[in-house]
Design a protein around this ligand. Structure first.
Ligand SMILES: NC(=O)c1ccc[n+]([C@@H]2O[C@H](COP(=O)([O-])OP(=O)(O)OC[C@H]3O[C@@H](n4cnc5c(N)ncnc54)[C@H](OP(=O)(O)O)[C@@H]3O)[C@@H](O)[C@H]2O)c1
Length: 220
């Protein structure tokens, strides 16, 4: 599959959760974590999120001008139904071009309002969207910032190359319904995905920055 190199970035609690069961905004980490996220964004040609995360976290999906980004990454949001809130920040802030994926739109789907708002609308499966980003939009590095439902789909495609975690050891959420980086509890992945630890950085505030690189097997 031709696709960009895909990085993911998450903050997780001591018990491996990324959000509460109510899917509240992810505000349980420090300014250092935010700074690290923005530095990772600077490596990306495009940022990818699920519609749930875009809405919960009220993201603009941009890099602040004071960080002097060379480019503003493309802003990619995925949905099955393809219904997006046009009053959302992402449509009303300057930044990279907005690409919307509607992977399973209803027959009456009308992309025109989003196109009029300046977005490029794609109607295809996620795997084809990733292919298009690489081959038609020259996206070499794609940063997926969640949420778990979307990362679960990427894991099923074995389309995760680098995992960045801020492990917030100072917080426990608990609960079987609080999601992890692959979303809600559900069936096992078709096969385990193995990664090698490439960065380990404990901070003074009870957080740890971790990076893992996908180990390629002979069959992948
Ligand atoms: N701790 C962290 O670092 C972190 C990071 C990110 C998010 N979060 C938290 O996670 C929560 C949101 O997680 P989530 O899992 O509900 O949200 P999500 O994955 O961001 O969004 C889910 C939605 O994305 C679309 N989607 C997911 N997979 C898709 C696929 N394969 N193809 C097409 N569309 C797809 C669907 O949209 P439609 O319903 O429109 O079809 C789905 O309902 C929030 O509380 C957020 O704060 C935490």
């Amino acid at each position: 599959m031709t696709r960009p190199r895909i990085l993911i970035n998450f903050a997780i609690t001591a018990d491996g959760k990324t959000s509460t069961r109510a899917k509240d905004p992810a505000h349980f980490t420090s300014k250092l974590d935010l700074h690290r996220l923005l530095e990772i964004r600077k490596r990306a040609d495009a940022i990818l999120v699920g519609r749930g995360t875009l809405e919960a976290d009220e993201m603009s999906m941009t890099i602040p001008a004071e960080l002097k980004p060379e480019i503003q990454p493309l802003r990619c949001v995925v949905s099955r139904g393809g219904k997006f809130d046009l009053s959302h920040k992402v449509f009303n802030t300057q930044g990279g071009t907005v690409h919307l994926l509607s992977s399973d739109p209803p027959p009456e789907y009308n992309p025109r309002p989003y196109q009029n708002a300046g977005a490029i609308v794609h109607q295809c499966p996620l795997v084809d969207f990733l292919h298009r980003l690489r081959t038609e939009y020259n996206v070499e590095t794609l940063l997926c910032e969640g949420g778990g439902s979307l990362v679960r789909a990427l894991a099923e495609l074995d389309a995760i190359d680098e995992v960045n975690l801020t492990w917030a050891t100072h917080t426990i959420f608990g609960g079987e319904n609080a999601p992890s980086i692959t979303g809600a509890l559900g069936p096992h992945l078709p096969a385990s995905l193995e990664f090698a630890l490439t960065h380990f950085e404990p901070l003074d505030n009870g957080e740890v920055f971790l990076t893992y690189e996908r180990l390629k097997t002979s069959t992948t």
